[in-house]
Design a protein around this ligand. Structure first.
Ligand SMILES: [Zn+2]
Length: 639
């Protein structure tokens, strides 16, 4: 490298960025690679001003073999894990040999035993073989049959475990439809007609009693039994045989009470054979839905990520993940930056919060934690080695292993309930919910006031600790900004710093200024308002954190980076941010579609139009916490 280009790479763009400068020599390769990646995803036939997503990501599908950058990093994760599983690494491990052995057995059976349920036209033998305990369906991991049951924490005490009971989610109907399809294969049996009747009755009751915001009752065990005719045996089977007297210490949060009453009344008098058949068939469908569609090394890894998260994360963290320390340091830096900027927002107090309310929001902001990898704080090898100890996996029978894994997941979810006054043991806490596909994107939990960043996510092109700050603060910065803002949208604001629902939060949400602020996010129509709010506020927060409040690119002349000659710093920021959303637009369920998310977000960032020299419209931008433009320019008059 000649001196001139070295100097060029060392110079930064404007004085406000000097603090973020890192010696660049070691970074050139990863930065050139990142910039090249961004360029190869461009579609230059579109104007960034009219459809920014298409400009930034329109070339992705022809440039990449992947559906999106998520598939790309998940694939990298899977390759590394396949290599581990097929090696002898960790066999004589001194820390957690048993856990590693169990995970390898599961993987071997998944890749070597090719028997599967999916696509089997008449699964009689399998149904009888795999699902033998219609009465213990909940403890076997089958949920959403008659009721939805989960272990969660109390609304007013985020450290106390309790049992939530409500009617099944409407999505469970897909599984019922599959059951009825299976029943048609057995039409000659009398009890299949009973199954049709049962399913029809359940759906009818659910339609009749489903409410938008059902009342939630907090009951003791005996109150629950007084209110709803749930048989005692149901709980013995769910929670283990010898705990009857301990049930009285449990707390239940129960919603859809009318439905539950009618449902259990009906079940009490309903014939047993069709009831059992229905449960067995649902268990069969659960296994069918849970097994990987295609059985190969990678699909087995992806499956195990979702069903055995602790084992997979432990192995990846210990044997594969290289950069925990550097990554943690970078992410902490980004988070402190975001927090500092949000703190400045609160100084301006756009929502005119009272002193108490401001103190509440500040405490919550201060308390936001970040965690890399969905792993507990606990470090002792015994904990990991024994955590899956109650599961009996074999090398020869994958479907039996899958049933074991489902039951294990339920056991681990329930484990805290009857222990130690059912308090959450934070040292052992990690997310172990009923997902079928593991999370790759960071997520925020209200009850823990914590952002978890999965280790899968911390891979190039999404993130690399050696990248220039502009790549990190735009992409991971905006993602963390999004997650942080979940703490302050209309649902998250209800929870205080320690994760308990608070009247102060409710007061803020009910205030006129807050309601007006979220109203502007309602256009264009959205899939989820809180996701829309997190998107808008997250990008604004990340932008302000990197460029400073009230940044105006029209006032600066930018020198090029050594790794990027075409785009100016603010343009590169937006392009790098968009990489999170680049892909070939599949239908998305919980968020708006990716193109919509990007375009609405940049459309509400007032600087975007200046950064790309777009004609500015006079429509107002939707800003919630960010100080008003006028307020800013008045405050920033420097001598
Ligand atoms: Zn979100």
């Amino acid at each position: 490298m000649n001196r001139a280009s070295l100097m060029g790479s060392l110079l930064l763009l404007c004085c406000c960025l000097v603090a973020l400068l890192i010696p660049i020599q070691a970074l050139v390769d990863i930065n050139v690679a990142t910039a090249n990646d961004i360029h190869s995803n461009l579609n230059r036939t579109t104007s960034p001003c009219t459809n920014f997503w298409n400009f930034a990501c329109g070339g992705f599908s022809s440039a990449s073999e992947y559906v999106d950058n998520f598939e790309r990093v998940e694939d990298q994760f899977a390759s590394a894990m396949v290599e581990f599983m097929e090696s002898h690494l960790g066999e004589n491990d001194t820390l957690a040999p048993r856990l590693i052995g169990q995970m390898r057995l599961y993987y071997k059976a998944c890749t070597e035993d090719m028997r599967k349920l999916h696509g089997n036209p008449r699964p009689e033998e399998l149904v009888n073989h795999w699902t033998v305990h219609p009465k213990k369906f909940l403890v076997d991991g089958l949920n959403g049959v008659f009721i939805d049951e989960r272990v969660d924490v109390a609304a007013n005490d985020s450290m106390r475990w309790l049992v939530q009971i409500k009617m099944p989610d409407p999505a469970a109907r897909y599984s019922d439809l599959r059951v009825l399809q299976l029943m048609r294969l057995y039409e000659e049996e009398w009890y299949t007609w009973g199954v049709f009747e049962l399913v029809e009755k359940m759906h009818q009751l659910q339609d009749e009693y489903r409410a938008q915001n059902p009342l939630v009752y907090t009951w003791s065990y005996s109150e629950l039994r007084r209110q709803i005719p749930i048989p005692h045996s149901f709980f013995i089977e769910l929670l283990g045989g010898n705990h009857t007297e301990e049930f009285d210490r449990l707390t239940f949060e129960v919603s859809d009470v009318e439905y539950l009453r009618e449902c259990f009344r009906f079940l009490r008098d309903f014939a047993r054979d069709p009831k059992d058949t229905y449960i067995r068939a649902r268990q069969y469908v659960l296994v069918e839905e849970s097994e990987p569609r295609e059985r190969n090394p990678r699909s087995c890894i992806h499956h195990m990520r979702a069903y055995l998260p602790l084992g997979m994360n432990y192995i990846y963290d210990r044997f594969i993940y290289q950069n925990r320390e550097q990554d943690a340091q970078k992410l902490q830096e980004i988070l402190s930056n975001l927090k500092a900027t949000f703190g400045k927002y609160l100084d301006a107090n756009r929502l005119q919060l009272t002193t108490d309310q401001l103190a509440y929001v500040r405490a919550k902001l201060k308390g936001i934690q970040i965690r890399i990898g969905n792993l507990p704080e606990e470090k002792s090898p015994e904990f990991y080695n024994n955590h899956y100890g109650s599961a009996n996996f074999t090398r020869t029978n994958f479907l039996a292993n899958l049933l074991e894994a489902l039951a294990l997941r339920t056991r681990l979810q329930n484990a805290g309930l009857l222990e130690r006054d059912s308090r959450v043991d934070l040292r052992h806490y990690y997310v172990n919910d009923n997902v079928r596909k593991a999370r790759t994107s960071p997520f925020y939990e209200n009850e823990r006031n914590t952002i978890t960043v999965p280790m899968e996510f911390l891979q190039w092109p999404l993130f690399d600790h050696r990248q220039h700050a502009i790549f990190q603060h735009s992409l991971v910065g905006a993602v963390m900004g999004h997650e942080m803002n979940h703490a302050f949208e209309q649902e998250g604001i209800l929870f205080e710093a320690a994760g308990n629902e608070s009247p102060v939060g409710l007061e803020i949400r009910e205030s006129q200024a807050f309601r007006d602020a979220i109203k502007c996010a309602e256009q264009p129509p959205f899939v989820s308002l809180k996701e829309r709010l997190a998107d808008l506020n997250g990008l604004q927060l990340a932008y302000d954190s990197f460029f400073g409040l009230d940044h105006d690119s029209r006032k600066f002349e930018y020198r090029p980076y050594a790794f990027e000659r075409q785009f100016t710093a603010p343009q590169l920021f937006h392009l790098s941010y968009a990489q999170f959303f680049c892909g070939s637009l599949p239908p998305v369920i919980a968020h708006d579609r990716d193109d919509e998310r990007v375009n609405v977000s940049v459309g509400n960032l007032r600087q975007f139009a200046y950064d790309f020299n777009c004609e500015t419209s006079h429509s107002t931008n939707c800003e919630m916490w960010r100080p008003r433009e006028e307020a800013n320019s008045n405050r920033n008059v420097h001598p």
